[in-house]
Design a protein around this ligand. Structure first.
Ligand code: NAP
Ligand code: GFB
Length: 337
């Protein structure tokens, strides 16, 4: 049973980020319904680590629904450096947002976990029932435990107050408006930025780690469409994984190849890491194995999503990479880097 149409005021926290901007675009392109009002906010509207500012924002907006994206977010290397900050900032943001939503009587909140928060020692494929079955990978335990607490809070608000507070569990997300900062961002935007620099100064592309870890990548615009479906139609408190299929998992090396192809990179041939399993990168690519690989894999099942939406079509990976590379090149000056 879907949400009543119209007279919905949807507050999107983290509205200026990768996922928030994708939802803005999908809504602007016609996914919104008559009578719906969408309010996208960033830290400029309220620092959500501050309870008073969060309460003031919710009192002002009076949202009937919330898509809660705001978080301290980063790639593997930022997480390794700042586990305490990832824990503290995200726990404060999440407690403030969920309690302010409860206080103003928000009908439904959809928050955001991640497939990287699951137990490091696990069976595959990972599914929604496994979140708390053991410690997360050491590289991002601060972020992972903070995210897991959202699931605990959602269950508590439901048990004590009957709130429909739920969460989605996206896999690695990429797309326009990503964080392309090479040190702090995720792998795809980091490699896109590195290729842009290698092309402009004639250097080799350095891929960190061995290139062997495996990831499922979801295009931000596809995730945005799924988020809007969850907002309107998904009413379980249990979280739901939003990911491409297990069969769409690629290695970091394959992801690098897709970016090299999409950006037409033709550097010199230098592969410094002895990585011989049919390396098909024949442009200037180096593997720096002194850099961490992080989790080898976190293969997630999307069968729960498929049970709801068997017909949903994801953008083909190479097409999504090409669109993201084009966006970055066209918007280089104002991109986050
Ligand atoms: P992002 O691009 O880094 O954007 C983060 C957003 O949160 C920005 O709008 C930022 O506002 C806001 N924010 C951060 N700290 C804040 C604060 N103290 N007060 C208010 N707003 C604050 O992140 P993203 O990739 O879109 O991630 C969105 C959600 O998806 C997050 O919950 C993340 O954990 C989750 N997720 C992301 C991935 C991924 O691969 N990117 C994968 C799985 C799950 P400013 O612009 O003002 O800083
Ligand atoms: O996206 P990423 O930084 O995070 O990917 P995770 C890291 C993987 O890509 C490692 C390799 O195997 C890296 O060695 N890699 C190769 C690179 N070149 C690069 C590069 O230029 N930049 C980066 N960043 N990596 C994160 C979690 O794990 O997943 C976060 O730590 C978050 O908490 C995110 O949830 C979705 O996928 O390893």
């Amino acid at each position: 049973m879907g949400e009543p149409q119209g007279s919905m005021r949807i507050l999107v926290t983290g509205g200026s980020g990768l996922v928030g901007r994708a939802i803005q675009k999908v809504v602007a392109d016609g996914a919104g319904l008559p009578g719906e009002e969408w309010v996208f906010v960033s830290s400029k509207d309220a620092d959500l680590t501050d309870a008073a500012q969060t309460q003031a924002l919710f009192q002002k907006v009076q949202p009937t629904h919330v898509i809660h994206l705001a978080a301290m977010v980063g790639g593997l290397f930022r997480n390794i450096k700042y586990n305490l900050d990832f824990w503290r900032k995200n726990v404060h943001i999440n407690d403030n947002v969920l309690h302010s939503a409860f206080e103003v009587g928000t009908h439904k909140v959809v928050s955001c976990l991640s497939t990287c928060i699951f137990p490091d020692k696990t069976t595959y494929p990972i599914d929604e029932t496994m979140i708390h079955n053991g410690p997360p990978h050491s590289s991002n335990f601060g972020y992972s435990y903070a995210k897991r607490m959202i699931d605990v809070q959602n269950r508590a608000y439901f048990q004590q107050h009957g709130c429909t507070f739920t969460a989605v569990i996206p896999t690695n997300v990429f797309g326009p408006h990503d964080n392309f900062n090479i040190e702090d961002g995720h792998v795809l935007p980091g490699l896109i930025h590195k290729v842009h620099l290698a092309k402009s100064n004639g250097s080799a592309l350095t891929v960190w780690g061995t290139g062997k870890p495996r990831r499922q990548f979801i295009y931000s615009l596809d995730l945005a469409r799924l988020f809007i479906w969850v907002l309107r139609e998904y009413n379980e408190v249990e979280p739901i994984i939003l990911s491409v299929g297990e069969e769409d998992e690629v290695s970091i090396k394959e992801a690098a190849e897709a970016i090299v192809e999409a950006m037409d990179f033709c550097g010199e041939v230098t592969v410094s890491f002895d990585f011989r399993d049919g390396l098909s990168l024949d442009q200037g690519v180096q593997f720096d194995s002194t850099k961490s690989d992080g989790q080898y894999k976190k293969t997630a099942s999307n069968s729960k999503l498929r049970a709801y939406l068997p017909e949903f079509r994801f953008t083909p990976f190479k097409q999504a990479v090409k669109e993201t590379c084009t966006w970055f090149t066209d918007n280089y000056e104002q991109a986050r880097k």
